[in-house]
Write a protein that binds this ligand. Structure first.
Ligand SMILES: NC(=O)c1ccc[n+]([C@@H]2O[C@H](COP(=O)([O-])OP(=O)(O)OC[C@H]3O[C@@H](n4cnc5c(N)ncnc54)[C@H](O)[C@@H]3O)[C@@H](O)[C@H]2O)c1
Length: 428
């Protein structure tokens, strides 16, 4: 079968996760070029994918000018670079696997959609949770009509402590202006996309949202807290101590230390401490310079009358995504991380009103890698799609992704302006 040729644009954490599929499945996919504005990242990726020097480029313009032939380009640059890079790729006629979020506003979103159509290019958006065994199985049950028409979708996302602090309190998504995305877009556009996908063919109509930065503010800091954790009297007791989270536990080194600009495994403890003292990674979590919300709720009503709610909380003890869907003939309830859900189907058997319960176990997604297996599965689906032209139930084209993104923009408008937003106005 045809080996799929991909080029990688943005050779950071996410880009290499996708491109590494070629290392595990060399008969299915190969990387034919890498592009990054960082010389270090570019060179690391060139070596990682065994490419000659003339297959590494320092800009999207240099890549498109070289006329490299490939089936698709993985665009895994940071959020604010998606629009210019994706537009350049589409105008040059390349198909694009584009990281989420597509972009921060509807004008750019609809521009990308139009450019994809005008140039006859495919844009697949990396909503990786759609490909996980858990959500794929939920979608299959809905598509088979087992619970009837969807009436209500209740979702929560509890973002775990270390992840939230590393990414959204001290990290590169902590400031809406600088990174171009608020918390809902940067983190939960996955969940809003899932809600729209699971609502089964009905489009979002009205959206309302409340959200606040209610915990990571100066007035919540313990008395006497200092600017840097190193000399703070609360360092040994504070849940958010930078020393504990970043230096001692060090759960996200690829992200925390990326700003040092050296291969991660060569960075010494002294260099880390020095970096923490000059970056947000050493600062008090209550005074980190971030402005992103840490607590948000979203309510969506769909055109067919169904309703969805999403409750998002940052810095929780246990990272968890809960899902409860009520349909006209039954219900689905489960927790993503548990890899199983309950399917309850109403029955008229017997004297009393009742329901049958089936527990549906999905394969241990984490065995397949990050995001409950979604990072691996998206590439498997993509390779199949590029070979056959037949999309799977999970495959997210730009047209599919637009509704979820419009919903996120509507929720952010609602949160900031204190009003309910008609998604139809955004579509127009
Ligand atoms: N799908 C998911 O679940 C998921 C999870 C985390 C992050 N993301 C998204 O993935 C994207 C990448 O995140 P990351 O953590 O890998 O970031 P990263 O900083 O590790 O990688 C981005 C890379 O792009 C390069 N780059 C930036 N601008 C460029 C340009 N104009 N041309 C070429 N290269 C450029 C940077 O030098 C860097 O190497 C972000 O949009 C992020 O929001 C998605």
């Amino acid at each position: 079968m045809k080996k799929i040729k991909v080029a990688l644009l943005g050779c950071g954490d996410r880009g290499c996760i996708y491109a590494d599929y070629s290392l595990r499945n060399p008969d299915d996919m190969e990387v034919v070029a890498v592009t990054d504005i960082s010389a270090l990242k570019r060179e690391e990726a060139r070596v990682r994918y065994s490419l000659p020097e003339d297959r590494a480029f320092d800009s999207v313009e240099a890549f498109t000018a070289a006329g490299i032939v490939c089936d698709i380009v993985i665009d895994a640059t940071m959020d604010s670079a998606h629009y210019p890079t994706a537009m350049a790729l589409l105008h040059a006629g390349y198909n694009v696997l584009l990281e989420k979020p597509v972009c921060p506003n509807k004008e750019e979103l609809l521009d990308i959609q139009k450019a994809a159509h005008d140039n006859g290019c495919k844009v697949i958006v990396c909503h990786v949770l759609r490909y996980t065994p858990f959500y794929s199985a939920v979608k299959k049950v809905l598509a088979e009509g087992k619970i009837g028409r969807v009436r209500s979708i209740e979702m929560t996302e509890h973002v775990g402590m270390a992840h939230f602090i590393d990414s959204f309190v001290r990290g590169k998504w902590n400031n809406e202006q600088e990174c171009g995305s608020g918390l809902l877009l940067a983190k939960c556009c996955h969940d809003v996309d899932l809600m729209c996908w699971l609502a089964n063919e009905s489009r979002p109509k009205f959206v309302t949202s409340l959200g606040f930065r209610e915990n990571f503010t100066m007035d919540k800091a313990p008395e006497g807290a200092t600017e840097l954790c190193f000399d703070c009297p609360h360092e040994k007791t504070c849940n958010y101590s930078a020393v504990k989270i970043h230096l001692d536990r060090d759960t996200m080194p690829f992200q925390t230390w990326a700003g040092i600009g050296k291969p991660i495994d060569t960075i010494t403890r002294e260099e880390k401490i020095e970096y923490m003292k000059r970056s947000a990674y050493g600062r008090c979590a209550y005074n980190s310079g971030g402005d992103i919300v840490d607590n948000q709720n979203v309510i969506v009503s769909f055109e067919n009358g169904a309703m969805g709610t999403l409750n998002l909380v940052g810095a929780c003890a246990k990272a968890e995504r809960y899902l409860h869907i009520v349909g006209t003939n039954g219900e689905i309830e489960g927790v993503f991380e548990s890899n199983e859900f309950k399917l309850r189907v109403f029955t008229r058997e017997g004297r009393r009103y009742s329901f049958d319960t089936e527990v549906i176990s999905t394969v241990e997604g984490s065995e397949l890698g990050k995001h409950g297996g979604g990072d691996n599965e998206i590439m498997r689906h993509l390779v199949d799609y590029l070979r056959t032209g037949v999309p799977t139930l999970s495959l997210t084209s730009i047209d599919d992704s637009v509704e979820g993104h419009l919903c996120v923009y509507a929720a952010e408008m609602s949160r900031k302006e204190g009003k309910t937003v008609d998604v139809g106005d955004l579509r127009a």
